[in-house]
Write a new protein. Sequence first.
Length: 366
Amino acid sequence: MMSAADGGGAASRYTVDEMLRQSDALADDLRNLHDRARGQAGRVAQEWVGVSHVYLTGNGDSYHAALATEMAFQTLAGVRCQALSALRLLEYGAPWDRPPALPNGTAVIGISASGGNERVLQVLERASRHSARTLAITSTAESPLARAAEHALVTPLPGLRPCPGIRTYQASLLALLSIAVELGHRRGLRSVGASDGELLAVAEAIEATVAAVRPRCEGLAARVANAPVMVMLGTGPGYGSARFAAAKVVEAAGQYAAGQDLEEWEHVETLAHPSDMPTIVIAAPGRSRDRAVAVAARARARGRAVVAVADAEDRDMAAHADVVLPLCGVIREEFSPLVSHVFGGVLSYEITRRLGRSPFSTHKMP
């Protein structure tokens, strides 16, 4: 999804170098936004102690952020949580024609960096009419979405330039994770939740991961830039990262890439040509890591060019990969999307640069 806070504009405004600058800014963005996000989240959570069911919704990168943080709401906040695209929630997510469509204790969180996404705005307006609590997550304070919601958690990003969304994506992740952590604290789940400072400490892991993947992504781009298609696999929080990273390749390079669930790939895309299709497997430490190892082995056996996005010390994943893009730091699975998405911006930059293209260049097509 495009951003200077998701904004549009002519394709000529976008430069590939801005993608790398945004990747380099991620660690400092987290440090600069952390206290603000936690403070705003704490005030919202104080009023949401009785919330038991949360819907997360958005489109594009915002939807990917919802997918990536669904687990955090379930485990850290102790609430039922569903991540749905805005149109799906708007038309199919609840029996809207039979008020009240949403039970007591329901909250709907709409995500849009620009705050102007029409479908997300419609969801919040409809949810409000059905007595749900509503929250806008945006980087734009004076926006329709912020005005429509009961609360707004605003993550401003100074100096943001037109670019496929990288800084805005991380800001959405940080805001969502902050809500999950603070809601868990208010609901008395501090013993299973994140300790004070744990989320902020992820900045060091982001910084180290950017440094570690940059030279490897340059070499990887030389191998995959001319591939007709590539697929990125993950599940749980990693599914959101897979969808996001695939979107960056499409937006920046105009090259087709798809994000898929680990298990679904085993049933469908494993059969697809070409046999040497680049297959990127996201395997952050956590519940699905062992399954990711098995899928990587299966892909390698079928002749795929396997790339592992995995812990730097994960020898099992490395054994089945042609290239490893390391994840640095020891991070709980709920926070892993802050690190596992990092390669997406760097790799898409390298592919776009190698192909001599510019982000969103397909906008110039008739």
